[in-house]
Design a binder for this molecule. Structure first.
Ligand SMILES: Nc1ncnc2c1ncn2[C@@H]1O[C@H](COP(=O)(O)OP(=O)(O)OP(=O)(O)O)[C@@H](O)[C@H]1O
Ligand SMILES: Cc1ncsc1CCO
Ligand SMILES: [Mg+2]
Length: 273
């Protein structure tokens, strides 16, 4: 299946998000809250940054998907993440784990491994994060939020993490990789300057949650669609931008304005394995 076959699925997913406006609970890092929420709103979804453990029992049963991102993790946030993830999984609601900067401490790695046990539908990280989380730690040099690996270097780690966790694993980068452990799909949309805006990866994880909400039984296809849509918005945004700050604005505008012709002509998806 090549780009042409994927592109109608991408458009179908985006229109479903716009029509259904899924409620996405985001327990995300402090850096990313604004961009994650604005990305979801411009795609047509409804974000809610509800992160207190006291609110999980009342709120999480009403959501359509959850996104958990450990980018600014502290010990007092972990119980909310676990409680929301556990309840979402129990209620059959899709949830996404973004193991942001997972290798910066033993505390964070242990927390992420415990979250993986709670059955995320999708794990989305950059190359270094997926390599670290999969246990291929000897290959991993990064300590921060940015990747020191190409996404393609993480393909084997992503496949092994997908097989051991049961999640679809997505690796963002120049080529976004999506795998269920058997199929490996490459999404070739996006632009290098997106790396120069903090929290684009976190926003992508939030967008994946929204797309899962409208197609929970096809997590690989929904993830590919979200990654392609976000990449296309970045490409269109860059045509109007002078640098990262204006790209941030134009990316949001472009995501909001995406039309069928543009999506169908711009989706670049290939099977890599
Ligand atoms: N070299 C590149 N070429 C094209 N697109 C890219 C490139 N690098 C990253 N992207 C795109 O930028 C977005 C963010 O990916 P990235 O891997 O930088 O996330 P991240 O490291 O998790 O970011 P953050 O932690 O700041 O949220 C994705 O949509 C990805 O496709
Ligand atoms: C810069 C940064 N530090 C922790 S999380 C985050 C946002 C990108 O992941
Ligand atoms: Mg990230």
């Amino acid at each position: 299946m090549e780009s042409k076959e994927w592109s109608s699925g991408v458009w179908t997913h985006l229109t479903a998000v716009r029509r259904q406006s899924p409620l996405v609970q985001c327990i995300t890092n402090l850096v990313s809250m604004d961009l994650v929420a604005n990305t979801l709103l411009s795609a047509g979804a409804s974000p809610a940054m509800v992160h207190s453990v006291a609110e999980v029992p009342d709120f999480t049963p009403h959501i359509h998907a959850l996104c958990v991102n450990v980018g600014t993790l502290t010990p007092d946030w972990l119980p909310s993440m676990k409680a929301a993830a556990e309840l979402a999984a129990q209620l059959g609601k899709p949830w996404v784990l973004d193991p942001a900067a997972v290798s910066c401490s033993g505390f964070r790695l242990k927390a992420c491994l415990e979250l993986v046990e709670l059955k995320p539908s999708v794990i989305k990280g950059n190359g270094s994060e997926i390599i670290a989380l999969s246990g291929s730690a000897s290959q991993c040099q990064t300590k921060g939020a940015d990747s020191s690996h190409e996404s393609t270097e993480a393909i084997e780690a992503a496949k092994s993490l997908a097989l051991s966790s049961g999640a679809v694993v997505a690796v963002s980068g120049a080529v976004d990789i999506v795998t269920d452990g058997k199929r490996v799909i490459g999404v070739h949309n996006g632009t290098k300057m997106m790396q120069r805006i903090t929290a684009t990866g976190c926003s992508l994880a939030g967008l994946v949650a929204a797309f899962l909400a409208v197609d929970p039984l096809q997590p690989l296809e929904a993830t590919v669609s979200a990654m392609s849509v976000f990449g296309i918005a970045g490409e269109l945004g860059e045509e109007l931008a002078n640098g990262p700050a204006s790209l941030r604005m134009h990316l949001i505008d472009s995501l909001y304005g995406l039309d069928e012709t543009t999506v169908l002509s711009r989706v670049k998806v290939t099977r890599l394995g």
